[in-house]
Design a protein around this ligand. Structure first.
Ligand code: PMP
Length: 353
């Protein structure tokens, strides 16, 4: 039986993608594996070009001055790469959780960082609002979805300065006006593919404005000039990301998946709200459609509940080690049926208790 995979990332990927990916490992081009052909060979260059084009197409950013790159080092490397490429004097960061906190820490190595807003003192259970973004800063940085605490920015400011967003845990999950952002980055391992590559979508005209020397591997301009092939790219991660983006496009793109994601989120949150045994972690208006975080009102039921969901074939429901409780991650490839299975277990617990 295939498990209902609620893991926070790496996480569930579409079955058809996994099938094609495994075939490519055995035979991709003329009997050779995807893993043993040159990254400079035409078949792989085509994969990279297709992946870059699909990313821009899905986000509606073709022909608007943006370039897509598939880099290495995870989203965590983007925390410092953003600062190295864009930070001259001062930048503004919205602190909505562990990942924003880490982005701030890295950027501080290079220059001055000002937190325009923070929900740290409330355990990051909401998204700060009504903050001001100073016009004379270099850029504004935010995190669209707070993977650990389960909050999500439902709207974005009209930033007077370039807006940078870490979309690692909700990229390709909902329709947004992506042209509001000047730089978007996302580790692949949630909605895009396996761990090992990070998508960066950057508006070219914001680059080249800092005075520091940037090491080649850290320089977006270098990667752009080499077509995202400055050094050997993570071929398997890029290929599987390309397949996943193709899967999403065939499904009807972000618009189609957003409808599914909303159905899944409505189902789990209505159970959390109606079932007296559970309590949601984050404030209602900022709840994430990707990661639903909740706790048991009565910890004595933990053993019973844990045994029940495991018995039902559910996997990956434990909360992040820093928060505890439960976290149901409902990324694009997770079906509504999996959420139904979880909700059934939750209501069964109520009838037993
Ligand atoms: N940002 C967010 C929002 C994340 O969820 C994560 C990882 N879960 C990261 C950054 C760090 O990503 P990586 O492990 O690829 O460095």
């Amino acid at each position: 039986m295939k498990l209902h995979n609620f893991s926070a990332g790496p996480c569930i990927l579409p079955k058809s993608v996994m099938q094609k990916a495994s075939e490519a490992v055995l035979n991709f081009d003329d009997g050779l594996s995807l893993l043993e052909i040159s990254h400079r060979s035409k078949p792989f260059v085509d994969v990279m070009e297709q992946a870059r084009a699909l990313a821009l197409e899905l986000l509606g950013l073709e022909g608007k001055g943006y370039k897509a790159l598939f880099l290495q080092g995870g989203a965590s490397t983007q925390f410092l790469m953003v600062a190295l490429n864009l930070l001259e004097k001062r930048a503004g960061y919205l602190n909505t959780g562990t990942w924003s906190d880490k982005a701030i820490k890295e950027a501080k190595i290079y220059d001055d960082i000002y937190e325009v807003g923070s929900s740290k003192s409330a355990g990051f259970n909401y998204i700060p609002k009504g903050y001001e973004i100073p016009e004379d800063y270099d850029y504004f940085h935010c995190t669209s979805n707070n993977t650990i605490f389960g909050t999500q920015m439902k709207s974005f400011p009209d930033s007077p300065i370039p807006m940078v967003c870490d979309m690692s845990s909700d990229i390709f999950s909902r329709q947004l006006d992506f042209s509001k952002f000047d730089l978007i980055y996302a580790g692949a391992q949630k909605n895009m593919g396996p761990a090992g590559t990070t998508l960066v979508v950057v508006k070219e005209d914001i680059l080249g404005k800092v005075s520091r020397k940037i090491p080649s591997m850290m320089d977006y301009k270098v990667h752009i000039s080499k077509g995202s092939m400055f050094n050997t790219p993570p071929v398997f991660a890029v290929y599987v990301s390309m397949l996943t983006m193709q899967w999403l496009k065939d499904l009807g793109g972000i618009k189609a998946i957003e409808e599914e994601n909303e159905k899944k989120a409505r189902l789990i949150y209505s159970e959390i709200d109606l079932n007296p045994l559970f309590k949601g972690y984050s404030v209602k208006e900022d709840r994430s459609n990707m990661n639903a975080t909740f706790t048991l009102e009565n910890e004595n039921l933990k053993e019973t509940f844990d045994a029940m969901w495991k018995e039902a074939g559910i996997n990956g429901l434990n909360g992040h080690r820093s928060v505890g409780g439960y976290r149901a991650s409902m990324y694009n490839a997770l079906s509504l049926d999996s959420v139904k299975a979880l909700v059934e277990v939750m209501s069964e617990l109520e009838s037993k208790a």
